[in-house]
Every structure is written in structure tokens, then in C-alpha cells.
Design a protein around this ligand. Structure first.
Ligand SMILES: [Zn+2]
Length: 710
């Protein structure tokens, strides 16, 4: 049995760093610079806050533009991540009018939002934290608030109040759970006024607030009290087993293949049509740390999934329960039956929960999608879902912390989550939903594209356009240095989350299969397949080395076949259609002398693609071809084909590189240069299914009459 994993938090305050922070922001008051500094210290520790959770504030006297002194509350912007917060991440609010809100009995969402907005002192500042009124009502200069795991392990217990009081001591007050907003702000300040000697307040099932006149003191109180909670837990559960291993289950034989298959099936089972008619797909994120795996294979797994969120704030990321998958069968039909059955049951439960809540609360709300976000899968670990890759990762992080905290809470005593009715209030709190922001309407949002030959100029152009259209893109190549170069170009344009690079060999079916498994484990599956890897060779038939011919057949023809074939089982498991867009060549219709191996092998790839169009239509998978011509690379990434054939062409026509480009431009009907991005635009056109088209060939060649498709 594994040892108890401690959740001790470290006091990271450093005098020199704090002074440097003040120097770093010369245009903001030192008190605010220190607020930024200690906020970042809190944000760095995932045992205190996760991804935009928690909030902090400072109260400063500031002169207005007409020279009047005002008391301003600087409170963290809603959804801003404490780990990376800057002074601009805080919203400045005129404190006096906000304090008066304490006299109100009730304040609706709309009214609170309006008050926070009209009392901002800068038009451009972010939306203030939903817990801004707490910070406004408490009188202290600095207020820090976290949802620390150790605090929640103590509060989410049958005797939570006593446990907290015993662990944290007499200078901490404990407040039963209250809804965020005006009720919480009033509850906290009233608690403080009962005993002004207290240094912190713990809100059951939610988190902890510390406060002081110095940034350092408020931060250090946070660290101190969280560690007191931690050492109390550690003492009580030391030596106790956290899980009871299940005896009725054997973990999957091939974990990678099972994880890939599971991700594909779950992705398909959770894809759905949104109210606006668009299909919404998820990305998956798998976590399989040893203790998470252990939890997935334990008797406790079912309860972990069905005992709610640690703190209501998490509900917008994870929903209130997870799905437990007891085993992953080797057979796809069995796996699909299990996953689809579980997802349907989850949806029904969610619908029932929503209907019950709106009826008992006598309110009107629009139901959010009823799909689960977290699965705990026996032998595979945690699988999280998100509409964006970032969302999937945030959900996975929260899911991991939740599992660990619940295991320790279970060993400590009787874990008692917050009731559904309270969770619903937060889940359907308008201000909370705003944190998620509007979802991007990009045409390929939620889709996963794989582009072979990703290390070349056309691969870069295709990946670039797919990324711009909202897809997450996996580029693959056999040439690792070239692949890394293109990867870093794309990552700098679109972000590390959006692009992956995987090395595999298209001529080897097993290698392609492994590559597809790997990308499914990382992302969830495949929606758009772009066989683009290709090689060229210049020789007349008479001089053509048969072995060289085999090589071109292997990459250009068999490579296309391998990539199409390997994608079919994935399309079947997902059951959500898909697009294969094959990068062919104008030579298929208009071959050139001394270019036989290339033209013939590409024509073979073209033909197999047409056959695939016939066979895959019943899966909703479309197969279309693009015939580019004369696509040169740029200074960053050259075209491998032109690196090879360019010198010979230049020699035979007596041209320099620029002259050669010009020669091809002039040769076309439209007299324009064909760019890699043009090929990418054509891929996006097919992949976004703007027309009901399959088996078609689209030239991207500026007009070459001899190559008109026929
Ligand atoms: Zn909170």
C-alpha cells in the first residue's frame, strides 16, 4: 500500500523577491505590487488553488483624476489565474458605495453584476471576482481566499465544524456553507464582528479566508492554517490504507491501446448536436499517476465518482459527479455498449437533477449540456473531457486533486459532500457561467486533425490553416528535426496546447497504428486525416532504378493506403463521421517526362483514395483529393519536393530559384503563385463540410488546362 501523500504547503515569501516585485511595477503603488507578489505565491501551489480558483484583494487610498482621495478595493478579476496575475489582473472598485450594499436584504445576480460594473474605476479593467463583496465588506487591508485541499478534507466531513476548530485553533471562526454573493459576504463580516481577534474564517464545504493589514501576514496565515489542517489529517490517517484493492478486476493487458480505444469511444459517445445545430466534440486528457490508477482499481472508485465536488466552484469544470467504468473490454462492441450505456445513464440523471432543481426552486434556467466531464476507468486512470484542450486539462487537474482529497477524507472519517441544491446554485449562477466565456464559433472547433509529412512546406501550410479554423493539429513526419522546426513555428503562432508532433513512418502500417494510438491517448481520436507525406525522384523510365521505384510506391501509394486504413477503426469507434483529404498532385492528370515514379505512385494513392470514398461513405467519412502544383516553400521551411527537383529544372531551363518560381507562375492560367496556405484552405474547405462532396478532386494549381480533373 502506498504511503499517505502529504499536502504540505510551503511558505514561499522571500523579502528580496517582494522588494523586486515592488521595483518591477514602478507605476503602481507598492501595496498593490505586494498584493501581486503574494497572490502569485498562492497561485503557484496547486494544493491551495487550481486554474483561476481562489481570489485576493487589497484596499488602497488612491487619488482620483480631480485629486480627491478615494478608498479603492483592488480585487482579482473573475477567472484570472493567480499564478500569473499582473497588476492589470485586479479590478479597482470604489469601495464606499459597495460597502453600503451590506444594508440590503437581497441582491439579484443582475443587480450585483451591475453594482460591480458601475463602480469600477477603470473602464478597461477585468470583471471583478464573483466573491468581490466578501473582500469589500471585510475591513482588512489584505484578504486572501483559497479552496485548499487540506481545508476541504476537514470541512467535508460529518463533524467538519469540530474537526476544523480542533485543527486550526481558537483564532479561526467556522461558518456553515452559504451561497456566494451577498449572503456569503454578509455572513463572513458578521462572523468577523463577533470576534475581531480572529485571523481567518473557514467556510464549510467551500474554503478558507485569511486577512491582515500586511500582505505578508495575510499570506503567511494562509500557509500556516492550511498546514495546521494538513498536519491534523496526517496524524489521524497515518498508517491507514487509503484504498481497498478490488479483487474482481484485472487491468487491461495493453494499457496504451486500451486507453486509445477508450478515448475514441468516449469521445464519440459524448459528441452531440448543440442547440445551434453545430456538432460539439470533446478533447480528452488522460491521467494515470500510480495513485490515480490505484484509485481506479479500488472498491472506493464508485463512491469517489458519486460523492460530488470538493468545493462548488469546481462544478463548472467537472459537473457534480463522474462516471466510473468498471472494466475496459478488449472487444470494441462491448466497450461501446458499456460506455454508451454509462453516458446515457449520466445524461438521464443530469436531466432529472436539472428538472428537480428548477421545479423545487421555482426558477427558470436553460439546461446546460448533460454530458459528463470526468471518467474514472479501472486500470486506465482518469479521463477528462473539455470543449477545448485547455478545458480538458483544467478538468483533469481538478479531477486528480478531487480523487486524492477524497481518498484521504475517506481514511479520516465519513466524507460528506455539499448537497446538490447548493451545487446547482453555483452551477447555474450566471456570474459563474461567465467565467467559461463564450465558446468560439470557429468551424473546426473540437476537431482533431492529423497531417502526415508535417515537416515540409505544404504540411506547415495545411496545419496552419487547420489551426486557424479551430482544430487541434497533430503533425507527423519521419524526419524529426524538420518536424520539431515546424512544431515550434506553429506552437508560437497558436499556442503549445493546440499542436502536437508525433514521429511515425507512413510506409510501415504498425508504425502508423502506433502513432494513431499515441495521438488518441494525448487528444482523444481523429476527425480529419490529411495524407500528405510524399517523396519525389527524377529519372526516365529507362534509367529508373527499380528499388527507387519501390521507395516511391512505399511512401506515396502505400503510405496513403496505410494512413487511410489505420484511421478506419478510429472513425468506427467514434461514430461521428470524419474527413480524409488526400494531398495528391496535378501530375495524376498531367504527368511529366522523367517524373514517372512520382506520377505513377501518386496516381496509385489517388485511386485508393477514390475507393475509400466509395467504402467509407456509410461511416459518414468523406474522402476528397487536392491536386496542387508548383508549391514552393518559404525561407523558414522549404519544399522537400522542390529541394530535389528544383536544381535539375533550373539547370534544364537556365533559371535561378526566383526565375523558376516566375516560370511556373507564368505557365498557369491565372498567373498567380500557388502557396502552401492555398492547399491548407482547400483542406479546411473539405473538412468543414461546406458542400456534400466526396470522391472529388480539387486542383490548387492556378489553372493548368492539361490537369483539369476528368
Ligand atoms: Zn471561493
Amino acid at each position: 500500500m502506498r504511503d499517505v501523500q502529504k499536502m504540505v504547503v510551503e511558505n514561499l515569501y522571500d523579502e528580496r523577491d517582494s522588494r523586486e516585485s515592488v521595483e518591477k511595477y514602478p507605476s503602481v503603488p507598492a501595496e498593490l505590487a505586494l498584493r501581486v507578489y503574494t497572490s502569485r505565491l498562492i497561485g503557484r501551489d496547486t494544493n491551495l488553488v487550481l486554474h483561476g480558483g481562489g481570489n485576493t484583494s487589497a484596499k488602497l487610498k488612491v487619488k482620483s483624476i480631480v485629486g480627491e482621495e478615494q478608498e479603492i478595493l483592488y480585487v482579482k478579476g473573475s477567472g484570472v489565474d493567480l499564478m500569473t496575475i499582473e497588476p492589470e489582473g485586479f479590478a479597482g472598485l470604489d469601495l464606499a458605495p459597495l460597502r453600503k450594499l451590506r444594508n440590503l436584504e437581497t441582491l439579484s445576480d443582475e443587480e450585483m453584476e451591475n453594482e460591480l460594473q458601475i463602480h469600477k474605476i477603470a473602464f478597461s479593467s477585468p470583471n471583478p471576482s464573483v466573491e468581490a463583496l466578501v473582500h469589500a465588506f471585510l475591513p482588512h487591508k489584505y484578504v486572501d481566499h483559497t479552496h485548499a485541499d487540506s481545508i476541504l478534507i476537514l470541512t467535508n466531513q460529518k463533524n467538519g465544524k469540530d474537526l476544523v476548530q480542533d485543527a486550526l485553533g481558537s483564532r479561526v471562526a467556522v461558518l456553515p456553507y452559504v451561497m456566494s454573493g451577498l449572503p456569503l459576504a454578509k455572513g463572513l463580516v458578521e462572523k468577523y464582528e463577533e470576534d475581531t481577534n480572529i485571523e481567518a474564517i473557514v467556510l464549510l464545504n467551500h474554503g478558507i479566508f485569511t486577512f491582515a493589514e500586511e500582505a505578508k501576514t495575510s499570506y503567511e496565515r494562509m500557509i500556516d492554517y492550511v498546514n495546521r489542517a494538513e498536519s491534523c489529517i496526517d496524524k489521524k490517517i497515518r498508517g491507514k490504507p487509503l484504498v481497498t484493492p478490488r479483487v474482481d478486476v484485472t487491468p487491461p493487458r495493453d494499457v496504451v491501446s486500451s486507453a486509445a480505444r477508450f478515448a475514441q469511444v468516449v469521445r464519440g459517445a459524448c459528441a452531440h448536436q448543440a442547440s445551434d445545430g453545430t456538432v460539439r466534440r470533446f478533447y480528452t486528457e488522460i491521467r494515470s499517476e500510480p495513485d490515480i490508477l490505484e484509485a481506479s482499481l479500488s472498491e472506493e472508485a464508485h463512491d469517489i465518482c458519486n460523492s460530488g465536488v470538493l468545493t462548488p466552484d469546481h462544478v463548472i469544470r467537472t459537473k457534480n459527479s463522474a462516471v466510473f467504468i468498471r472494466s475496459v473490454p478488449e472487444n470494441d462492441d462491448d466497450l461501446k455498449r458499456i460506455v454508451e450505456g454509462s453516458v446515457n445513464a449520466y445524461r438521464n440523471d443530469y436531466d432529472r437533477y436539472f428538472t428537480t432543481m428548477v421545479n423545487t426552486k421555482r426558477i427558470e434556467r436553460k439546461e446546460l449540456d448533460p454530458y459528463p466531464r470526468v471518467f474514472l476507468v479501472a486500470g486506465l486512470g482518469l479521463v477528462a473531457l473539455g470543449f477545448t484542450r485547455k478545458e480538458a486539462r483544467i478538468t483533469a487537474d481538478i479531477g486528480e486533486h478531487t480523487i486524492r482529497a477524497k481518498l484521504r477524507a475517506g481514511a479520516l472519517g465519513e466524507y460528506v459532500p455539499i448537497g446538490e441544491a447548493h451545487v446547482f446554485d453555483i452551477e447555474y449562477w450566471r456570474l459563474q457561467q461567465k467565467k467559461l466565456g463564450g465558446t468560439s464559433p470557429l468551424p473546426l472547433q473540437g476537431q482533431i486533425a492529423v497531417v502526415t509529412g508535417g515537416g515540409g512546406a505544404i504540411g506547415l501550410g495545411i496545419a496552419d490553416r487547420l489551426l486557424a479554423a479551430g482544430a487541434v493539429v497533430v503533425i507527423s513526419d519521419i524526419d524529426e528535426p524538420r518536424l520539431e522546426k515546424v512544431h515550434s513555428i506553429l506552437a508560437s503562432r497558436y499556442g503549445e496546447h493546440e499542436v502536437e508532433g508525433i514521429v511515425f513512418d507512413v510506409t510501415d502500417y504498425k508504425s502508423v497504428q502506433k502513432g494513431f494510438e499515441e495521438l488518441s491517448c494525448r487528444l482523444g481520436g481523429i476527425d480529419i486525416v490529411v495524407p500528405n507525406a510524399g517523396i519525389a525522384h527524377v529519372a526516365k523510365v529507362e534509367d529508373l532504378d527499380p528499388e527507387k521505384f519501390d521507395q516511391l510506391i512505399a511512401v506515396n501509394m502505400k503510405g496513403t493506403f496505410n494512413v487511410i486504413k489505420a484511421s478506419i477503426p478510429i472513425f468506427k469507434r467514434q461514430g461521428t463521421g470524419g474527413n480524409i483529404v488526400v494531398i495528391s498532385t496535378k501530375n495524376v492528370f498531367d504527368p511529366g517526362a522523367a517524373f514517372g515514379a512520382y506520377s505513377a505512385s501518386k496516381a496509385g494513392g489517388h485511386q485508393i483514395s477514390k475507393i475509400a470514398a466509395l467504402e467509407l461513405a456509410e461511416l459518414g467519412v468523406r474522402v476528397n483529393m487536392i491536386n496542387p502544383d508548383a508549391v514552393f516553400g518559404d525561407e523558414k521551411i522549404s519544399s522537400k519536393l522542390w529541394d530535389l527537383v528544383g536544381p535539375e529544372r533550373m539547370k534544364s531551363r537556365g533559371l535561378d530559384p526566383e526565375g523558376l518560381r516566375e516560370y511556373y507562375r507564368q505557365r498557369s492560367l491565372l498567373k498567380v503563385r500557388v502557396l502552401a496556405e492555398h492547399v491548407g484552405n482547400a483542406v479546411v474547405f473539405f473538412a468543414s463540410e461546406q458542400t456534400p462532396t466526396t470522391g472529388a478532386t480539387l486542383p490548387v494549381d492556378a489553372g493548368v488546362p492539361a490537369a483539369f480533373p476528368r
